[in-house]
Design a protein around this ligand. Structure first.
Ligand code: GEK
Length: 243
């Protein structure tokens, strides 16, 4: 897939509308996410490693909010247990179409089934690994507990949830520092101050970050026996929750 450069917010926009995962975003998505999420590529690789450890014969891995399938492909690369399946779900038609178009069959490896649906509506069964890689943050806060409880119930004992999220912080100075560092990261990736600020406005009320404590508490309420951060780069973290 050719990675087109993201310049969606490079020119001044009079009225910034709410961010959507539409065709324009999909066309530049690999470049956008790599230059916007610190540590993205490392997390994708580690998802594959975790899947290879936790997936056992005949079980299912779910990639919820799969976008163009980076996490699914990383899992497919690493899973060695036989008869496993990866179910990749996203509600953006543009994402799903691109992912389907670029997915090449590999009969040697776990099958990837691509589904266009709202991740709150799908059945989760016989799961060894569930991935929510920067997706829960787009689900209304009021729906998060019920959704995570459903994931917990669909996981087999010993299964894991990998949850990556943009975090917020209760301490104001910490919040400012981490936000500034993220913007400095984006500037170092070639984004201008205008691009950073316009994208930020577009994501306002669309991407709702929470603190690690809020995530940890909710994961435990959903039933998980433990939830910890395994990776953090400024205000972007990835957690593992254990059933
Ligand atoms: C990656 N995991 O590359 N139902 C289904 N999909 C949804 C929903 C929903 N309710 N809400 C949002 N999405 C990917 C990156 S991107 C993160 C995930 C980002 C989808 C949305 O369409 C988009 O594809 C994805 O969640 C979030 O590892 O762009 O910051």
């Amino acid at each position: 897939m050719t990675a087109k450069k993201d310049s969606l917010y490079a020119s001044p926009v009079e009225q910034i509308s709410a961010f959507k995962f539409d065709e324009a975003v999909v066309n530049v998505f690999p470049d956008m996410i790599q230059r916007s999420v610190p540590g993205y590529q490392l997390i994708i690789s580690a998802i594959g490693l975790l899947a290879s450890r936790y997936t056992h014969a005949g079980s299912v891995c779910y990639d919820l909010g799969c976008s163009l399938g980076a996490a699914s492909l990383s899992m497919r690369e690493q899973i060695t247990a036989p008869n496993c399946k990866i179910i990749a779900v996203d509600n953006s038609q543009a994402m799903i179409e691109q992912f389907k178009q670029h997915l090449t069959a590999d009969s040697e490896k776990a099958e990837i089934e691509i589904v266009q649906a709202d991740i709150r509506d799908i059945d989760i069964k016989n799961a060894s690994v569930v991935v929510l890689n920067f997706t829960l943050q787009f689900i209304p806060v009021a729906d998060r507990l019920e959704f995570l409880t459903k994931i917990y119930q669909g996981l087999q004992p010993g299964g894991i949830l990998i949850l990556s999220e943009k975090l917020k912080f209760t301490d104001e100075k910490q919040q400012q520092l981490q936000t500034d560092m993220h913007h400095i990261f984006k500037q170092a990736q070639g984004y201008s101050a205008l691009e950073i600020s316009q994208k930020r406005s577009a994501l306002e009320n669309v991407l709702i970050p929470e603190t690690f404590a809020q995530h940890q508490q909710r994961l435990q309420q959903a039933g998980f026996s433990s939830a910890e951060v395994w990776f953090q780069y400024f205000n972007f973290a990835s957690m593992i929750a254990l059933k």
